[in-house]
Design a binder for this molecule. Structure first.
Ligand SMILES: [Mg+2]
Length: 292
């Protein structure tokens, strides 16, 4: 590699996230060593609903959960490399392919430049799943910490976070790397989210670091379901895509975020009504707008 071909991170912001992830990785290792984290898995739907209503932190998957589509598939389609990439995505989501291998294979095919990523963001801003904006507003208003935990890329997901008022410190995902001239050079391979089981390790770390008593994972995929434990509960989401293994394995499986909003109103009826009215008056859920 020449002097001019040094690898740079996507943004300064991402460098900060990289530091954070390395700290996470070290801490996770020590937690494994000490065997600290213990979690009872809820055995009934009623138990999951009770934990959901009283969660002090909620982690959301992004692709096909917070957003209506799979970001990497959208990027591939935008760059005319769709068919091969979608097949690999399906294998990964079904648990038939190691996540790290799947990520590497897909990026080798897509090979996006920084300029192509920027064009993609401008042409196809994230499409938020209906109801997610209101749900997250309710959670945040009552003091529940909200995180995005995704195998997608920061250059895309930071726009999702901005649209949902989720700070980048609460976003855990992968980072693409580029040469100074913008050519694709790879991805941060040591990030926890670049490996199978990475989401589970991030939740383990969050629980330990913040001493959360009830942390819930919401997602559509096998990698989301496997976070419980250490997550105290898992909610399967089938509003955009239904994975049969996840539907079958989830104690609580919903196809609309309204179901989760309604559940929260059991504890906070008047509060949630006020928030619903506020959110609906300014919501553009489903229109997918977010600024670059
Ligand atoms: Mg997903």
């Amino acid at each position: 590699m020449s002097v001019n071909m040094k690898v740079i991170e996507e943004t300064i912001e991402n460098n900060k996230m990289l530091q954070s992830t390395k700290i996470v990785a070290n801490k996770t290792l020590s937690l494994h060593t000490n065997g600290i984290s213990v979690c009872k898995i809820p055995s009934t739907e009623a138990e999951v609903r009770e934990i959901w209503r009283n969660a002090d932190a909620v982690c959301f998957d992004v692709d096909s959960t917070v957003c209506e589509d799979e970001g990497i598939d959208e990027l591939a389609e935008f760059l005319g490399k769709s068919d091969e990439v979608i097949e690999i995505t399906h294998q990964a989501m079904s648990g038939n392919l190691d996540f790290h291998q799947a990520l590497m294979k897909r990026l080798e095919i897509i090979h996006p430049s920084l300029q192509e990523i920027q064009s993609f963001i401008r042409a196809r801003p994230p499409r938020l799943t209906p109801g997610i904006r209101e749900l997250i507003a309710i959670l945040q208003k009552r003091g529940t910490q909200v995180y995005l935990v995704s195998g997608g890329f920061m250059s895309v997901i930071k726009h999702v976070g901005a649209a949902l008022n989720i700070p980048t410190d609460n976003i855990f995902c992968n980072r693409l790397k580029f040469y100074y001239d913008g050519r694709f050079s790879g991805f941060e391979e040591n990030a926890l989210t670049a490996h199978s089981g990475g989401k589970r390790e991030i939740i383990r770390m969050l629980k330990e670091k913040h001493q959360y008593k009830r942390i819930v994972m919401v997602g559509d995929g096998a990698t989301d379901m496997e976070t419980c434990p250490p997550a105290d509960a898992f909610v399967g989401f089938g509003g955009n895509a239904i994975r049969e293994a996840v539907k079958k394995g989830s104690k609580l499986f919903v196809t609309s975020f309204q179901e989760l909003i309604d559940e929260l109103k059991i504890n906070y009826p008047s509060y949630s009504r006020h928030l619903s009215e506020s959110a609906s008056s300014s919501s553009d859920d489903g229109n997918g707008s977010s600024s670059d």
